[in-house]
Design a protein. Structure first.
Length: 145
């Protein structure tokens, strides 16, 4: 199985994994590494390295971060890239995290799972616009999470 690490500024990571657990139940091979204002880069480096080490026997590790170029993203790339089986994604949203977490049961290739995550992220962002002359009620006929 592919390990999942969520990281970001403040309590982004623990908040996202808390929501993931609420929706998906107990989490397997999934860790949160927060980067708070009280910590420096040494703490996030240690947290990410510990997570990568814990998932050493996994087929790969997929890191979900909040912002491109932020300290959590850059640190994950710096520590993960030399390992060869770590992929880092930025711009994480909850829909992407849920879909990817559930899909990894069937996907053993970290690169394919990373591509799926990016495509899912693109489809998860939209702007609801009320078209003139139509109902102001959104179409919620599809099952949701």
């Amino acid at each position: 199985m592919i390990g999942i690490v969520v990281t970001g500024h403040g309590t982004f990571a623990s908040g996202m994994t808390s929501a993931l657990k609420l929706i998906c139940g107990d989490l397997e091979l999934c860790r949160a590494v927060d980067f708070t204002s009280f910590e420096g880069t040494a703490e996030i480096e240690a947290g990410l390295a510990e997570s990568f080490d814990a998932f050493e026997k996994c087929e790969g590790v997929l890191v979900f971060s909040d912002l491109v170029g932020g300290t959590p993203f850059k640190t994950a790339v710096m520590l993960g890239n030399p390992r060869g089986n770590v992929r880092v994604i930025a711009g994480t949203n909850l829909g992407t995290l849920i879909e990817t977490y559930m899909a990894r049961a069937d996907e053993k290739d970290v690169d394919e799972l990373a591509r799926l995550a990016v495509e899912t992220a693109k489809s998860q962002v939209l702007l609801f616009e009320d078209a003139p002359g139509t109902s102001s009620e959104p179409d919620i006929s599809e099952d949701g999470i």
